[in-house]
Design a protein around this ligand. Structure first.
Ligand code: ADP
Length: 177
């Protein structure tokens, strides 16, 4: 009976992460290939506190995580202070610059605002462990990976909501032990 009880409580990271089925896709940035205009549009169209950066949309391997506020400040700075920056200027989070035509507008390089080792868990990580890590490390969000592919995000608020749901359903939930 005990083992079964425990099994019933085993919520996994995949059960709490966003997006849920039917939600809009995870909003990500790619490490190259996006323009100033595209990133500004993403910022305007969403309210998320941060964005994972991946290699490409086809290969959603995690490169890092960038906070919305750092992105906003850096783009404003680049528009104001960096010579020649226009809407079509490429945004680069890469270490090395990809080859570019001499007539192309100058790139806005943003690797310095990238957190290169954001905390990650896998879809199979029990929420009990995720909660513990959030508490101990004081995390605000963590990313969820499966086989090297970025699948989702869990924020502190997602966890609090999840815990409140569990408490309603079952006050003895292991998450509170
Ligand atoms: P909070 O959870 O504190 O409100 P956010 O505003 O960043 O923080 O996130 C709001 C919701 O959107 C959360 O459920 C979170 O899991 C999800 N979320 C956060 N960042 C992204 C993103 N880049 N793409 C899709 N969903 C996200």
């Amino acid at each position: 009976l005990e083992a079964k009880e425990e099994f019933r409580h085993k919520t996994l990271a995949t059960d709490v992460m966003r997006p849920r089925r039917g939600d809009p896709l995870l909003s990500v940035l790619t490490e190259s290939g996006m323009t100033v205009e595209e990133v500004e549009r993403l910022i305007a169209d969403t309210t998320y506190s941060g964005f994972p950066v991946v290699i490409s949309q086809q290969s959603p391997r995690l490169v890092g995580f960038v906070l919305r506020r750092d992105l906003v400040i850096s783009l404003e700075n680049a528009r104001r202070n960096q010579e020649g920056v226009v809407s079509m200027s490429p945004i680069l989070f890469t270490e090395c610059d990809p080859p570019m035509s001499p007539s192309a507008p100058p790139a806005v390089k943003l690797r310095s605002i990238l957190d290169l080792s954001p905390f990650t868990v896998t879809v199979h990580t029990p929420m009990e462990i995720v909660v513990d890590i959030f508490r101990k490390l004081g995390l605000r969000q963590c990313l969820v990976i499966q086989n090297g592919r970025l699948l989702g995000i869990i924020t502190k608020k997602d966890i609090l909501k999840h815990m409140a749901q569990m408490a309603n359903r079952d006050p003895d939930s292991i998450l509170f032990n």
